[in-house]
Write a protein that binds this ligand. Structure first.
Ligand code: SF4
Length: 172
């Protein structure tokens, strides 16, 4: 299966999880808190796909992204976030697709969205540092999701972009 087709299937599965847990989800257009602070770990294959999205952007938008990359801080806002929207949304990595969900991780711990502490996702069912409902049982960690692909190395977005000498040269 090619990567784009794989993502379509994944999105369908994730949509069903968002539907199943909708009573606890506050995600809406205009909320970009998942993109304003974070490490955004992603693999080589995801980075390449993301760059397809970047290359397809209009030059004006590319310039904004390039400026954002220059000013990017480790752990800070994602440079693809413009006016609170993802400029490469269909090309975004796995970690961004699972933003907002509570799910089991590799280590058998539960990953809860950071906005639980802002009275948003899953806050209705969050007590003493954990959610009191069953999380999604599927392990939604990137290596697990991509286990059937040769996905390459995983690095934080900041590290990828700061080690990609060709990045600013990809403007058209
Ligand atoms: S790639 Fe898009 S969805 Fe992912 S953190 Fe950046 S702006 Fe947000």
């Amino acid at each position: 299966m090619d990567y784009a087709a794989f993502l379509n299937n994944l999105d369908l599965r994730l949509d069903s999880y968002f539907e199943e847990y909708k009573d606890f989800i506050y995600c809406k257009i205009g909320c970009s808190s998942c993109c304003e602070k974070g490490d955004y770990p992603l693999s080589d294959i995801e980075l390449q796909y993301m760059m397809n999205g970047y290359i397809a952007l209009e030059n004006e938008i590319k310039k904004i992204v390039q400026e954002n990359v220059k000013n990017m801080k480790s752990g800070g806002a994602c440079p693809f976030l413009i006016d609170k929207k993802c400029s490469i949304y269909p090309y975004r990595p796995i970690i961004c697709r699972v933003h907002g969900l509570a799910y089991l991780c590799r280590t058998n711990t539960v990953k809860v969205p950071h906005c639980v502490k802002e009275n948003k996702n899953f806050s209705k069912v969050f007590q003493d540092g954990e959610i009191i409902i069953n999380p999604i049982k599927e392990n939604l960690d990137t290596p697990e999701i991509l286990k059937n692909f040769k996905y390459g190395e995983i690095r934080n977005l900041y590290d990828w972009l700061n080690h990609s000498p060709g990045f600013s040269g990809t403007d058209g």
